[in-house]
Ligand binder design. Structure first.
Ligand SMILES: [Zn+2]
Length: 82
């Protein structure tokens, strides 16, 4: 299963979790619900732009979509290599 990096908006903590592509964590271990943002782990996905408040949700959805597409491509590539 793939490894994901999450960041908590409440406590600022980063941590990694291994789970399936269809799963998504939202609640931090600090007890804050819905505070987790998945951090793209691939270097070319990292962007330093700081979105405005209203833009965050939209960007997050786009990032998540891109992430899923990347995972799919990686899986396909892995199969071709064999
Ligand atoms: Zn937290």
């Amino acid at each position: 299963m793939p490894k994901y990096t999450y960041r908590c908006e409440a406590c600022g903590e980063h941590f990694e979790k291994i789970h399936s592509i269809s799963e998504k964590l939202t609640d931090c271990e600090c007890g804050e619900a819905g505070s987790l943002t998945r951090v793209p782990s691939l270097p070319f996905c990292v962007s330093v732009k700081k979105p405005k408040a209203g833009q965050i949700v939209k960007d997050f959805i786009e990032d998540t979509k891109q992430d899923v597409e990347t995972q799919k491509e990686e899986m396909m590539r892995g199969m071709e290599d064999d």
